[in-house]
Design a protein around this ligand. Structure first.
Ligand SMILES: Cc1cc2nc3c(=O)[nH]c(=O)nc-3n(C[C@H](O)[C@H](O)[C@H](O)COP(=O)(O)OP(=O)(O)OC[C@H]3O[C@@H](n4cnc5c(N)ncnc54)[C@H](O)[C@@H]3O)c2cc1C
Length: 410
């Protein structure tokens, strides 16, 4: 394992850092005010994200890993990770384009015709058009192949009826990728077909779901006789599972990083907090917790170094991304809960006090992080089966007709 940048990577990192320093504001520490994070309305956030994406696109830093032929930079996977690490040090809007650039763009590049690619990909890079992922349904999440949204062929069109759920950003997105069931008489993984679609198509109804944080980032999406031209199909009829798998692989890789508050932020908070019997940092139980999370953070740093080494050698990282996600998502939840406890009564204030809402915001968001992109249990199954070589889950519903599988709603 190599912990240091190669000379070329160090040059790339310093170029990235130089551009970010000229064009963005570094993140502030826990003691400084981060006001605005909680109170910024979603409209402002999306507009701010679009402005930042445009700035990156103008300077050639958007869609780093995309090929140059489609407006990307043609950067290596390791350069993409370096950029992400450096951008993470700056206070810039994150997340609005990750589904589009990370999943929808690559799936179009692989399966769409050239005219479609030239028409749709440039506006994805500049942030002018935003994309969402219409996969999960009330009866299909971890077991995505259990989805029931129907696609029925009608001339040159497909007619779509059904429901998706948890669709991040659907209420502000322009386009989406959609997986449907075209033939319920086939086994569950075989009767699926994949499309891209215009989110303004007649028959689409979007209902935002209010979350515990007060915001409503994801949605229920209902389809009533929505028509999609066959020319918007991605992959062959019946290849929807294979097409979905390529996007899910990208998702698992994209969600590996840890977001704050981490060990460092908790350390700063403990330095600043006075408990009844003295400074929190002097309290043995606080120090013991800090030591535990320091060890976990170091473990994650080493796992990430292993991933970076594999990328640097041109290898595909193994299931260690699953290990990093399981550990970092629950660590974030535990650290944010502990930080709130340390603040005592102040911990109940959502956007004030030390950290100005950083710990509270993370506490409310972290259960979702433990589910999105593969829940803890699913990732543990992957680790058990692919790392530890334990016997696989028993799957009894793989081979018979999908229509024979009982539905919770029928
Ligand atoms: C913040 C957030 C954003 C999201 N954004 C999107 C999006 O943009 N587009 C989209 O399509 N979806 C999105 N999702 C949905 C997400 O993909 C699903 O929530 C996830 O796949 C889990 O599915 P589920 O919620 O149906 O839970 P289920 O799959 O029903 O799981 C329920 C529980 O059972 C456990 N479980 C399930 N199967 C097994 C098993 N085989 N072994 C052991 N335990 C098991 C799970 O771990 C979980 O604890 C988002 C979710 C979140 C939280």
């Amino acid at each position: 394992m190599d912990f240091n940048d190669s000379p070329e990577q160090a040059v790339f990192r310093s170029e990235v850092r130089g551009w970010l320093e000229e064009n963005a504001t570094p993140k502030k520490g826990v003691g400084d005010s981060l006001f605005g994070r909680m109170s910024t309305s979603e409209d402002d956030f999306v507009a701010r994200a679009q402005a930042w994406q445009k700035k990156k696109a103008d300077a050639g830093w958007a869609a780093l890993h995309w090929p140059e032929a489609y407006g990307g930079r043609g950067a290596s996977p390791i350069e993409t990770v370096i950029y992400r690490e450096e951008e993470g040090q700056f206070d810039v809007p994150q997340g609005v384009f990750s589904i589009g650039l990370g999943m929808c763009g690559p799936v179009l590049m692989t399966h769409a015709d050239e005219e479609t690619k030239q028409r749709l990909l440039p506006s994805m890079i500049t942030g002018e058009k935003i994309w969402c992922q219409l996969f999960s349904e009330p009866e299909a999440g971890s077991d995505l192949a259990g989805l029931r949204t129907r696609a029925v062929r009608d001339g040159d069109d497909w007619v779509i009826n059904g429901q998706k759920v948890w669709t991040s950003g659907a209420h502000y997105c322009d386009y989406g990728i959609l997986v449907t069931r075209h033939d319920p008489t086939l086994p569950k993984h075989k009767g699926l077909t994949f499309f891209w679609l215009d989110m303004k198509s007649p028959g689409i109804e979007i209902k935002p779901i209010k979350q515990i944080s007060g915001s409503a980032n994801f949605n229920e999406v209902f389809f009533t006789n929505v028509r999609i031209p066959d020319s918007q199909r991605l992959g062959e009829v019946g290849e929807g599972w294979q097409v979905s798998l390529t996007t899910l692989m990208n998702e698992r890789l994209a969600v590996g990083g840890a977001s704050p508050p981490d060990y460092q932020e908790l350390f700063e908070l403990a330095l600043q907090t006075e408990l009844e019997d003295g400074p929190a940092i002097a309290d043995p139980s606080v120090r013991s917790k800090l030591a535990d999370w320091y060890v976990e953070s170091e473990g994650l740093r080493l796992i990430n170094a292993r991933t970076m080494t594999a990328l640097g050698r041109g290898e595909t990282p193994g299931p260690q991304a699953s290990i990093a996600k399981v550990v970092s998502a629950s660590k974030q939840q535990e650290i944010s809960a502990y930080g709130i406890d340390l603040m005592e009564l102040g911990g109940a204030v959502l956007d004030g006090g030390p950290g100005a809402g950083l710990f509270q915001q993370a506490y409310l968001g972290s259960p979702g992080i433990r589910i999105a992109g593969g829940s803890d249990e699913i990732l543990r199954n992957i680790i058990a089966e692919r790392v530890l070589q334990l016997p696989g889950d028993i799957r009894v519903d793989r081979d018979g007709p999908f229509s024979d599988i009982p539905s919770g709603s029928s």
